[in-house]
Design a protein around this ligand. Sequence first.
Ligand SMILES: [Zn+2]
Ligand SMILES: [Zn+2]
Length: 238
Amino acid sequence: MQMGYWSNPDSAPAVTLDEVPPACWAPAPTSSMIADEDLGVAVPCSHCGRQYDVALFPFGRTISCTCGHRVGIEPRVRSAERSGHERFLADAMLARLAKWLRLFGLDCDHRPQSSDAELVRLAVTDDRILLTRDRGLAEEWWIPNIYLVKAEDLRQQLVEVIRHFDLASSVRVLSRCTKCNHIVSRAAPADVSGRVPPRILETHDVFWECRECGRVYWEGSHAARIRALAETLVAAAT
Ligand SMILES: [Zn+2]
Ligand SMILES: [Zn+2]
């Protein structure tokens, strides 16, 4: 039995690359080709040169150096071109934007209970653009997946996001569940009977249901206005 393993600091096992959280900006190093930057255990402050352990910077996290400057690992430039098919993750402050992106059929996850660190991690692992109005968040985390929404007004926010990410041709009004973000499927009246008010069942032939959360949708009086608004905003964005 090996005793006193930790008694001598020199005998403590070295931190291996596996223990460093995966980072979005760096490909996993292969044993045959390990660049110095991937092995770098120290990240210097560009202002004063003070060095920090690389393990302090998971998922693009930055820290404030004692000299007052931000220290972090510079993100690699996002390589993918804007495809018009970006998927989003809205922070807690942008609940209404998330709901309206979904009404327009655009994929927008929303986790109002999640911390900044959890949102950043999810954006990286799930390949989503994190939408935020929080300047501090974008300063604290250096990842290319963060988009700082400039507009305050909801309509302007929609125009801004549709324009910036070239989403005009991806808009599919009323195709997505506003509650859970999943695509909805056509359903026959018989499929939804008992889940909608009898009067609605009598007056509508076409329904959609979310197979994820079970919510049922039909074209109510708002549908025409939502379509008209989508047309107006898409026109403003293009
Ligand atoms: Zn410094
Ligand atoms: Zn749903």
